[in-house]
Design a protein around this ligand. Structure first.
Ligand code: GUN
Length: 296
């Protein structure tokens, strides 16, 4: 039987709709408009596309969007001064510094200079520690989107075997923490894992986040398992440019019970979760009860 296709595009639209409703209520009941600042240093074309898309969707849900575009040779001191200004701006509830940063800037130093309460990426060391100890935190957007899709599809994922392929700080590690928080039995595998196919065959849930095009094959998948594909890889095949995930969609879809497509799966959920996190940060900053279902 063919796998159920998990429609991330439709789900993300639903999440953005929920965020927009909450934003409207915040404005009407409290006179507060959530504000998101995005900082982009340099001219990476992919980053520029993301930032434009983020700005557009922020405005669409009724939030205030601020963009700071800095030259590629901006000094660390100037970037830290801007972050300090945003940390202290009461109209800004979320700050996102687009990564990667140019090489002369220390990413860890920059991220850890954010006010953790405004760190809507969940990359600050405080948020990483809070998530790891099961405390209230800002949760990285991509893994949060994956978790939302899994909860939506399965109801409960408690007791399931989850294998996360990939160990990045942005996706793999926080994803594992979130799955553990929902009582999965979690394995973090990666490109050096011994007999990776056999490890993946034990999984009821596979999260593919290694950054290698179509690496996870259909014959690695336990029949009926759920495949969440975080990969976004631009490849050329038969002379045509194509976007593919970290799982080989065609072979995996024949075996899996459910699968996220690329594009239209995890990708759209990331920005929806960024907006959800900004709303959450705004509610927390103002002592207002935070919306249900939009956080971990
Ligand atoms: N670059 C690629 N993905 C991300 C992300 O989720 N957040 C930030 N800040 N930069 C990124």
């Amino acid at each position: 039987m063919a796998a159920t296709v998990i429609d991330g595009k439709a789900f993300a639209a639903k999440v953005r709709g929920q965020v927009a409703e909450h934003v409207e209520r915040l404005k009407a009941d409290h006179g507060i408009t959530p504000g998101l600042a995005v900082v982009l240093v340099g001219e990476d074309p992919a980053s520029e596309v993301y930032v434009r898309s983020k700005g557009k969707m922020t405005v669409e849900v009724g939030m205030k969007s601020v963009e700071h575009k800095l030259d590629a040779d901006t000094s660390e001191a100037d970037l830290l001064a801007l972050i300090d200004q945003l940390n202290n701006d009461p109209e800004i509830h979320g700050i996102l510094v687009q990564l990667p940063l140019p090489k002369h800037l220390d990413e860890d130093l920059v991220i850890n200079s954010l006010d953790p309460a405004k760190d809507v990426d969940g990359f600050h060391i405080s948020n990483v520690g809070l998530l790891g100890t099961g405390q209230k935190s800002m949760v990285p957007c991509t893994p949060l989107g994956c978790l939302m899709m899994l909860r939506d599809h399965h109801g409960s994922i408690s007791g399931m075997n989850a294998v996360v392929v990939g160990r990045s700080n942005i996706v793999g590690k926080p994803m594992a923490q979130l799955l553990l928080g929902d009582s999965c039995t979690v394995t973090i595998a990666h490109s050096r894992t011994k007999d990776l196919p056999e490890v993946v065959r034990g999984a009821d849930i596979v999260v593919a986040a290694v950054g290698r095009p179509e690496m996870v094959q259909g014959d690695w998948i336990k029949p009926g398992a759920t495949v969440i594909d975080v990969g976004i890889n631009r490849i050329e095949r038969d002379g045509k440019k194509k976007l593919v995930g970290d799982a080989d969609y065609e072979s995996c879809a024949k075996v899996a019970g459910a699968i996220t497509p690329v594009p239209g799966g995890v990708g759209p959920m990331t920005i929806a979760c960024l907006l959800a996190n900004t709303l959450t940060a705004c509610c927390r900053a103002n002592g207002i009860e935070e919306p249900e279902g939009l956080t971990a």
